[in-house]
Structure formats: structure tokens, C-alpha cells
Design a protein around this ligand. Sequence first.
Ligand code: PLP
Length: 375
Amino acid sequence: MKQHVYADNAATTQLNKEAFEAMVSWLLDEYGNASQSYAFSRKPKKALADARAIVAACINAYPEEIFFTSGGTESDNWAIKSSAFGDAKKKAMITSAFEHHAILNSCQSIERLGYPVIYLSPTAEGVITPNALKQAITKQTRMVSVMYANNELGTIQPIMELCKVAHENGALFHTDAVQAVGHIKIDVQELGVDMFSASAHKFNGPKGIGFLYIRKGTELISYADGGAQESAHRAGTENVAAIVGMAKALEVNCRDIESNIEYVRGLETQLLAQLSEAGIDYVRNGGSKTLPGIINLSFAGADGEAILHRMDLMGISISTSSACDSVNIKISHVLKAIGLDETLAKGTIRISMGKNNTEDEVERIVQALNKILKS
Ligand code: PLP
């Protein structure tokens, strides 16, 4: 039996072995700068082109629509800031109140510069409805950004419909798909989105690498000025090994997506059934349409942070949404946004399982929760 149980896959995932193996030669042997014109740089240059084509194929995009970045945070910053600054006449932005801080803090930055931002509230089930967007959008809206799936609740948003509302009103649409890519099927043509953020370490790729999909023809200001990398939109010598690793990880996850979904959903069903069998009362937050493996649970009267620490002592890594000090409880902005009662919010944890978890591990999680909650 494995000693450590890792059940925080929404925070990061284990690097795929195939991705690791694909990276090694680009670190040790083929270390040439992909921008140079001599023969030693030909292979890294080709590796970048191949990786771009693989990533594009996984989401049904064109290779020239994929821009490599340092991860989800950078992709989100790029999408929000460059869109805002791209049109002096259209300054308003719309996002949701339960986005990741990469979006929320980027929005606050542009607000300080005089760009108005509206934060839509999700329903109690953790969904931004097209109707809520219809009521907020105006002809002054430059861009709408709503996450594909929420990182605490796992709830999947009606992206295609939201995107349609944005386009009908002449606005661009961006989605932070960091939690979803590589875990559920995504087709950017079908969705119609203009921009889309992704991060490799959330889909069993390396950390510190990601991409921003930018639909052809979308006007966008460069993120980093300098060399001509990434079509002169994001300067800086490319991290070839990480890019190759990301492409391999995404390719593998997309290849196995159906079986991974079925497997992880099975673990999810097992966990909830065993919690009930053990007589543990819980509330599952978020509606029924969630990403596979993300389970947000509240236990009335319990303390989520204490559960996290006790599980940690038992060798199990999970996460919590609300942190307490001796006086205050700091409830996560996500739980606040869905209007969760404070006593439930205080006793909330997130268990996020992935393709590397096992049934035995689920049993250990349930046993640990049973021990903690009944003591
Ligand atoms: N967006 C979402 C929804 C996330 O869950 C995360 C990471 O937790 C990020 C953005 C930031 O991604 P990165 O860690 O690659 O900067």
C-alpha cells in the first residue's frame, strides 16, 4: 500500500512518465536556442513546431493560434489586460465573482486604471447563467471572461451559451480552462471562444508552462516585448523541454480521456457511497455537472482546516476552502459567491482525485474522515 495519499489534483498533478521521458533530451543534449539559425537549433525549432501542432490538435485549434506562456496565471493576465487595453472606446469587462485570483486580481488591476469590471454572481449550484450575462452586458463590453470549470467546486459552466451572448453583443469571450483541459473533451471551434487559458501542471505536465489560445484574427496586444518568439507576442527564449513535456502530457490525457473520466467518476461514486455507508453527514457543494474527481464537501459543525491538518498527519493531502485564525474565519470567495451558510463553509474541504488514485486510497480517505469527524 502506498504511504502517501495525494488527493489534491486540482492544485497540481503528478508528472506523466511519458511527458518526463519526452523532456529529457531537450534538457541534456539538444539544448540549442530555438531562435538561432545554425544547424544545432534546427531540432529544438522543430520540436516547438511539433508541440504547437499537438497542443492545437488536442483542442481542435490551428497551431498558429497557440501561444506558449509560463502557465495559467500568465495566460489569464495576458487575456484580461491586453483585451482591456486594446480598444480605447470599449472599456468595460465582465467576469464572475468566483474566478481564480489570476483573473480576479488582473481585473482589479485594470479597474484601478479606470476600466470598469462587473463581477457576475453564480447560482447556489455554482453556475453563471447566460441570463445573468444578458442582464449585465452592454455595447460597451469589450470582453467577457468566465472560467470553464470552477477550481474549488468543479462546476462546469455553459461556455458555449455564454460565448454566444458575448458575441451577440459585440464582445470578445475568454475562458480560463485551466482545470478542464486534459480532463474533459474541449473543442474550441464548437465552443466559439476567442481566448482560452491552460496550464500544463493541471494535466500531468510540468510546472511553469501553459498556453493561451487566441483565435485567428483576434486583436491582441503583446504580453512581453523583446525578441520575436511566439510571433513577437510573448518574447523570451522558449523552454523547449517544458513545452515538449506539456504537449506529450496533453496528448496522453486526451488519448485516454474517455477511460480516465470513467475511472475517476468511479472513484468519486465510491467515495460518496462509502461516506454514506459510514453514516457521515455531508453536503456536496456545486450542482450535478462537475469535472470528474473534484468533490467539495461541507460537514456541519466541523472545521475544514482542522480536518486538513489531521488528514495530513495521516499521510493524506486534501485541501480546504476556508482558513481560520484564533479570531476570524476567512471563507473562500467561491463559497461566499454561492452563498453557502457560514457554518457549512467553515467545515468545507475539497478532495480532488485523478487518474493515479486508487480504490484503496479512497477507502483510506473515508476511514480518515470517519475517524476525524466522529472523534
Ligand atoms: N486558473 C485556475 C482556474 C486555476 O485553478 C489555477 C491554478 O490553481 C490558475 C488559473 C493558475 O494557474 P498556474 O498555477 O499555472 O499559474
